[in-house]
Design a protein. Structure first.
Length: 317
């Protein structure tokens, strides 16, 4: 019997959407997956060979809905991984826009897809009220690719790593304030901005994990996240996290056990970093082992691919 064919449609290769597709595909052998950029998928001869299309991010296709319509929206799934254009908060909206109009347009776009896959619980809670075909499909990670490079060193001064795009939701003013505060002089920072003029290649996973191996902690101070790929990948490498309570982060990060949970203020983050002066090497290594074990137990694609299986079975029925 022929396997159902699935087009996994991404904006660019080598980034988070691509690796998510590979993780899902590796654990759903009853489906035949092929990774395509939107440009590739838009070619008629490509569209004809697939039973289902999964748009890894709804924002990849929202300005080209004619592509999804030509394929057949009743056979399309889409993922939602960030709060951008959905809310809440001004940081999740384009500057100078009408917030109500932008959110209404996002909801109307998402309602057209057969199934919407929300990658965090807060996103699911927001969307399911307005888009009833939303399902919770939390993030996962390839624990074989993102793995510890060896036993974590530990010991002061600790290296605090941050990697991400330069956008409002990342709360860069707080990040800059923390890294320049005198109170944090006892730690080192490795801050890498992904952008046209700042380390664009760091969006690629095969480069990112080499940076994450050098970190002792990952830092996240975002206003909003679905689930930070950088935090999850770092955790899989055995890097504990210092994070604010956004997205699904606190399902993984337990204060004092797998990292530290802070408030989005310079005082809270600085106090946490000062505590690292007194963090013993044995306690740090235990924290590193704990977060790796937690990822292996609950956040691998073997566990996280199940919502995709159910969604694909619905569309293929």
């Amino acid at each position: 019997m022929k396997k159902p064919s699935v087009a996994w449609v991404i904006d660019r290769r080598g980034w988070a959407q691509d690796r998510r597709g590979m993780g899902v595909a590796a654990n759903l052998p009853e489906f035949e997956f092929r990774m395509l950029t939107l440009k590739e998928f838009s070619r008629p001869w490509h569209r004809r060979v697939f039973d289902v299309a999964v748009f890894a991010s709804w924002r990849t296709v929202k300005r080209h809905m004619e592509v999804a319509e030509a394929f057949g929206l009743e056979r399309c799934l889409c993922g939602v991984g960030s709060h951008y254009e959905i809310g809440p908060g001004e940081h999740s909206l384009p500057k100078g826009c009408d917030p109500h109009r932008v959110r209404c347009e996002a909801i109307e776009t998402l309602r057209q897809f057969r199934i919407v896959l929300a990658h965090s619980r807060p996103l699911y809670d927001i969307l399911c009220v307005h888009v009833p075909q939303t399902t919770y499909a939390p993030n996962g990670v390839d624990v074989e690719f993102f793995r510890p490079a060896g036993e974590r060193r530990g010991g002061s001064p600790y290296m605090i790593g941050w990697l991400g795009r330069e956008k409002a939701a990342k709360n860069l003013p707080l990040l800059r304030a923390v890294t320049s505060a005198p109170a944090t002089s006892d730690v080192n920072f490795d801050v890498c901005l992904i952008g046209r003029n700042a380390w664009p290649y760091l969006g690629q996973a095969n480069v990112r994990h080499k940076y994450q191996w050098t970190w002792d902690f990952s830092l996240n101070v975002s206003h909003s996240e679905g689930f930070s790929n950088v935090l999850l990948e770092s955790a899989s490498c055995g890097v504990p996290a210092i994070t604010v309570d956004v997205g699904d982060h606190c399902q993984l990060v337990e204060d004092g056990k797998t990292g530290f949970v802070v408030e989005p203020t310079i005082q809270s983050v600085s106090e946490c970093l000062k505590r690292l002066r007194h963090l013993e090497v044995e306690d740090y290594r235990r924290m590193s082992q704990n977060i790796r074990a937690e990822v292996e137990a609950h956040w691998t694609w073997k566990q996280r691919a199940e919502p995709y299986r159910k969604a694909l079975e619905v569309v293929c029925a």
